[in-house]
Design a protein around this ligand. Sequence first.
Ligand code: NAP
Length: 490
Amino acid sequence: MPETLTPSTPTASIPAAEAVSRVAAASAAWAATGPAERAAVMRAIADALDAAGGELIEIAQQETALAQPRLAGELKRTTFQLRLFADVVENGAYLDARIDRPDAEWPMGAPRPDLRRMLIPIGPALVFAASNFPFAFSVAGGDTAAALAAGNAVLVKAHSGHPRLSDATAAVIARAAVDAGAPADLLLVIHGTQNGVEALKNPAIKVASFTGSIPGGRALFDIANARPEPIPFYGELGSVNPAFVAPDAAAHRATEIAEGYIASVTGSQGQLCTKPGVLLVPTGSDIIDALRGADVPAGAPMLNDRIQSGFVSGLEELASHDAVTVLRDGAASRSAEPELTLLLTSVDALLDDPEGIVTEVFGPAGLVVTYEDAADLERVARGLEGQLTATLVADETDADLALARTLVPALADRAGRVLWNQWPTGVSVTGAQQHGGPYPATTAPSTTAVGTASITRFLRPVAFQNFPAALLPAPLRDDNPLGVPQSVDG
Ligand code: NAP
């Protein structure tokens, strides 16, 4: 058992082996569905979740302490995501159908055969649900939507922070899916830390995804890789999401920047993977006073006891660093309903001890880092571990633009999404979204966990060589009966 494993209280659960075998049976039938049928099921699931919203949100409030408006917005995002993926399925571009017809004169030196390549479902998926998005990154969340759209049945390891909501969501999905003609057991939920590990080791599971902590994600990534048949494991882990404020922006917009930062750091009680945990500002900037004096939202309960105690111990560890002082300390910063805490240090301290200073504190806290020389910012950026996001707040003055020209390539090297004058919380679900980044932001930096491009994680390419038309999958046929986008002869 990995050192980091703290088994959760077992909730009544289907044993992992039984759940995997039922989901595997459904997966074969689901993979064979056509685009119209698959899209219709996904839309029926979205409609059913919307219809059950009142009941589901009430359970979510009881289990996560998140506010009703936040949960209602999250459910809307969740059903939007399912419908967006239904459109993706119908469009067919995600199949990446490529057709190279025979070419006797192929300059490689040997004739080119008839080769036709497309992406197919990778097989039954295991999704480890996140704690901080009980809808959008949980049972019916983005990973599930992408895996279903790709043609895989899904087994969800429920997060121990919202077990009843997980079961209630799965029940709504099951009813809607079967009524819309999907195979039974298209999606099942299991509970219990050890059950999750057993499912991950089960040879019938062909891909796994995860959102959560670095120790948890790393332990599961190692298990996935140590299987006799290793499988792709898409883990979205930790990130401090540094935000760099250039000198002219700091001089001209101190109050606006301080207010924007506080809103971003305190949204959802700071329990967001894209929270900008580190803010770099010029030494002596008015931003520091503005941060000290700004109004901040009242404290609120955290998602669960484990997250609350992790927040307090992470905050205490960072605050006890020799080079870190307190910029503002919420009256109740270590209570069950913590207010915003801001800590303060310098770029020199950060460059001396990046591991001790640049660390994720999951909750309403941020670290302000002062710099004397803007040239140091590139050194900070180059030394960062992988990040989900990196933000540059700058004016379009000659000096800030010159800084941006050197800093942005360094930020793009370290982060999956680089922002200009916007805060990184609030991750839009679109075709061009990138929610990923080098390790430890993720275990798979070439992929995204949000947006329609996330479907590729649940697919695998196959090429058919020299096949008669009658035996080819429809997306690869010359008559293209489904009308999917095809790339022909390059
Ligand atoms: P977590 O502890 O990593 O748990 C996530 C999931 O992985 C849960 O289902 C958990 O099972 C399972 N798990 C964790 N460690 C495991 C292990 N060693 N072996 C087998 N299964 C394991 O994450 P969390 O509870 O959501 O939050 C803890 C911390 O994660 C936060 O304080 C924060 O730092 C970070 N976090 C990051 C993100 C992000 O988006 N990157 C999101 C949320 C949290 P059980 O539920 O059964 O314990």
